[in-house]
Design a protein around this ligand. Sequence first.
Ligand code: UDP
Length: 323
Amino acid sequence: MPRVLITGAAGFLASHLVDRFLAEGYEVVGVDNFITGSRGNLEHLDGNERFSFIEHDISQPLFVHTALDGVLHFASPASPVDYLELPIQTLKVGSLGTHNTLGLALAKKARYLLASTSEVYGDPLVHPQNETYWGNVNPVGPRGVYDEAKRFAEAMTMAYHRAHGVDTRIVRIFNTYGPRMRPADGRVVSNFIVQALRGEPLSIYGDGSQSRSFCYVEDEVDGIFRLFNSDRTDPTNVGNPIEFTIHELAHIVIEQTGSSSKIVTLPLPEDDPKVRRPDITVAREVLGWEPKIDLREGLSRTIPYFRKLVEEEDAQARTLSDG
Ligand code: UDP
């Protein structure tokens, strides 16, 4: 039975990837230090004999005694709010964590997959972004800790491929959403849904004309799984190419939740990219992949997850105030 190790396994995206590998018959070793991951994302795997877990900060070397066929490095704070709060940890997990996991893949003769990001394109001057675009990143701005860590991680991955012959893959992930996101992780989809469910105003940063292209987690995981099993070594965009302004997103969330929330405008964070949209020609041609779940459908699968969390929090608050 093939066995893969996945870092960041308790995070939103990697926990879904763990599920996919288990469903495909793999054994999975999850690694996480829970700085942004949640134990609850792995609770459903209690008692699953093909899943094991190591609590560990992957910025420190990790020694594993069993054979591994794959190492997938997904550990990192990934929401702007998180990586602004954890700048050094973000730089370390992207640099030292990538070095450590590549070393592990080399030692185990395992295939390696790096979770990279559309942030390597920065505030892009080419639109949509294809994989040959080198990007427009401010290395010393507040987002630089994430963007440069991931750019370094890509460079390190290609160096291990070229110098040591490690069989590597690099996925550039574009804004992904779905169940298991943390309600307070600060990203736009989670913020808007939680605000709408609470009847609070939706917080648009800037004038809301900036755009993003949102990919439902099941589609994203399918693209990543296909890339892992492909022969493609060069970086590959995996994201949904349908682009929305943040203003449009706010209105869709209000409509889909049936909320009476209004909109409030807050300052735009520094270096916030003005546009983002993947060119997925490579993923289409090489992986035979394209997203199947559009934004409205994806939101309708995500809103019930947040609704349950909000109701639980409200019930808890009532109990506390009654007691
Ligand atoms: N954003 C917003 N309101 C929020 C959170 C985010 O208007 O409550 C904007 C943010 O400024 C950015 C976009 O939504 O332009 C996407 O932000 P997110 O943090 O989800 O991810 P990013 O793509 O910036 O990494």
